[in-house]
Design a protein around this ligand. Structure first.
Ligand SMILES: Nc1ncnc2c1ncn2[C@@H]1O[C@H](COP(=O)(O)OP(=O)(O)OP(=O)(O)O)[C@@H](O)[C@H]1O
Ligand SMILES: Cc1ncc(COP(=O)(O)O)c(N)n1
Length: 259
């Protein structure tokens, strides 16, 4: 049984965070472990509270997991402070973790900041360099490479800039009204466009969490990064087409969408 560890925040509404990750990993037939970085009080209309775990407690969770069920892949989602980012980076190095997917969660779809202002530098310096792939959305890409992104050419330029501070690959995700949900994978100096059809569905809460967890599943199974991203794209598109409709805001996806 292949295993995937998610290191992320808890989303009380079940649509994003570790809840999205565990559902996605389970739907892919793999076993999910989770180390929680923060509890959030949130629903489809917004984030109403964040309570971080201490760095010591996060380290304890990671020790418990790595010493007992060694993950075949690791997905990192919301990590709200520099101190927690540093603990994760130290533990990933200590345990020589492989197939690390970093989803640089900064702001929720509902507009709440999930990464402290001063923590972006730590994310760039200590965690992103450990990733096999990072999966920023357009706003996150703009923060990481300090440039506006208005079209596909900007996405390519941004991917090259971000690649300067990571040995891994960069998946700049489309969506966010930029284009027809076409994503760009930049790996070892090569661009690969992974195109998608824009699906008119207001319920996109957790799409990034779901995609990055699905990518980690592919890597855990030994698939190439390109194949893992393409399979994850199929998965997220299918989940969006399934059209789950819950809550009064931007609702969750249908994570138990069977591949
Ligand atoms: N309306 C849509 N139709 C089809 N694909 C979409 C749509 N919106 C997003 N996607 C796809 O979903 C995946 C996640 O992209 P998105 O930009 O939503 O990430 P995100 O903003 O990080 O997600 P999250 O809401 O979890 O933070 C990408 O592959 C993107 O192309
Ligand atoms: C715990 C947690 N992690 C990640 C997100 C981002 O998801 P979205 O951008 O869909 O709000 C979130 N809202 N909550």
């Amino acid at each position: 049984m292949k295993t995937v560890l998610t290191i992320a925040g808890s989303d009380s509404s079940g649509g994003a965070g570790i809840q999205a990750d565990i559902k996605t990993i389970t739907a892919h037939g793999l076993y999910a472990m989770s180390a929680i970085t923060a509890l959030t009080a949130q629903n489809t209309t917004g984030v109403y509270g964040i309570m971080e775990v201490t760095p010591e407690f996060l380290a304890n969770q990671l020790d418990c997991i790595f010493k007992d069920i060694y993950p075949d892949a690791v997905k990192i989602g919301m990590v709200s402070s520099a101190a927690l980012i540093e603990v994760i980076a130290d533990k990933l190095k200590e345990y020589k973790a492989a197939h690390i997917v970093v989803d640089p969660v900064m702001v929720s779809t509902s507009g709440s900041r999930l990464l402290a202002e001063d923590a972006s530098k730590t994310l760039i310096k200590t965690l992103i360099p450990l990733a096999q792939v990072i999966t920023p959305n357009i706003p996150e890409t703009e923060v990481l490479c300090k440039m506006d992104i208005k079209n596909a050419g900007d996405m390519e330029q941004a991917a090259v800039k971000i690649a300067e501070f990571t040995k891994g690959a960069v998946l700049v995700k489309g969506g966010h009204d930029l284009n027809d949900a076409n994503d760009l994978l930049y790996e070892a100096g090569t661009f690969e466009w992974i195109n998608g059809e824009r699906i008119e569905n207001p319920n996109t809460h957790g799409t990034g969490c779901t995609l990055s967890s699905a990518i980690a599943c592919g890597l855990a199974k030994g698939d190439t990064l390109s194949d893992s991203v393409k399979a994850a794209k199929e998965y997220i598109s299918g989940a969006l087409r399934a059209g789950l409709n819950l809550g009064h805001g931007s609702g969750p996806l249908n994570h138990m969408f069977r591949i």
